[in-house]
Structure formats: C-alpha cells, structure tokens
Design a protein around this ligand. Structure first.
Ligand code: MN
Length: 192
C-alpha cells in the first residue's frame, strides 16, 4: 500500500496530509483558499491519488505560507508513499487544454528535485489565490518530493484556465510516472 501521512506545524501553518497513491481520486481538501482547494481537488481527481489536506495558515498575512507549506508537506508525503521508487514507470508527460488555454508538464521521479516553470499570468489573483503562488507551490512540491518537474503555459488568456490546466497536466504526468510496471529501479545507477 503506497500511503503516507505527515503532520507539520510551524508558527505560520498547521498542516495534516494523507495520500494514497493507488486510490481513485477521493479528495478532501480544506486550506482556507477556495481556488487552491479547487486546484488540489483537480490534482487528486486527475492523478487518481486519494488526498486529505487540512491546513490552518496565517491567511491574515496572505496565502504564501499556506500554499508553499502545503506544497512542502504534499511533496514529503508523496516521496514517503513512493518508498524506494522501485518498479515504477518513472517518466510522465501530458498536454492538457482547458478552453483557450494549453499547459504542458513533463516530469521524472528521479530523486533529483528541480523545477522549470514558465507562465505569463495577466491577473494578480484568482479569487483569494495569488497567481504567482502557482510556481511557489510546484517548487515546494518538486523540492520535497524529489521530482524533476517541468511545467509551462503553451498559450492562454484566462489565468484560471491556464493554472487549472497546469495542475491537471502535472496530475496526468504523475499518474503515468508513478504507475507500477514491476521490476527494479529504472536507472543505470540502480538507485534513484
Ligand atoms: Mn475551474
């Protein structure tokens, strides 16, 4: 069973995360930021990962700590649930359109965290979510999950569409990359 539960409490956020990689996209998310909940729900549903995310953060400041710290804890939980990364496909990629917007993701469950991110958002916010936090979330997730993560906006006008297509593209790429293929660790080094 590829599952993990992580709790993390700081002076800025109090977070509990549970993930079940081989789930069916049952998601229960409450971060206090509606648009972020909407994105995490899309991420769970499209990756097939069961996710519970509860965060009480210092939203009186802004959403930065909440979004970044949820990315940290989700990344840690994902890495823990994956274990030694043996017997998985390792690579995944996806283009996801949403109306006029198209986003792309390619990733490698490599143990070498990296984020390459490219987007040109036109709005400062989607609801209570600062659009610039999209990159912060994915950086925190990549650094703490050990994933080499490339995400880019191909084109689009509506930031809600562009960001949602990004979360869905990462979800579909991740679903393929974490798929159990059997065998050992897919690496010439023998370890990831
Ligand atoms: Mn939407």
């Amino acid at each position: 069973m590829r599952t993990a539960e992580i709790k993390r409490k700081t002076k800025e956020t109090d977070i509990e995360v549970f993930v079940k990689l081989d789930g069916d996209g049952k998601v229960n998310v409450d971060t206090g930021i509606g648009f972020f909940d909407h994105m995490l729900t899309a991420f769970g549903v499209h990756s097939g990962i069961d996710m519970q995310v509860n965060c009480t953060g210092d939203l009186n400041v802004d959403g930065h700590h909440t979004v970044e710290d949820v990315g940290i804890v989700l990344g840690q939980a994902f890495a823990k649930a994956l274990g030694d990364k043996g017997g998985i496909a390792r690579y995944g990629s996806a283009y996801v359109p949403m109306d006029e917007a198209l986003s792309f993701c390619a990733l490698d469950i490599s143990g070498r965290p990296f984020l390459a991110f490219s987007a040109n958002f036109t709005d400062f916010r989607c609801g209570e979510f600062d659009t610039c936090l999209t990159e912060e979330f994915f950086r925190a997730f990549a650094m703490n999950s050990g994933i080499t993560l490339h995400i880019r906006e191909e084109y689009g006008k509506n930031d809600h569409h562009i960001i949602e297509a990004m979360f869905k593209a990462v979800a579909h790429a991740l679903k393929d990359a974490m798929a159990v293929t059997g065998g050992g660790v897919l690496s010439t080094k023998g370890v990831l």
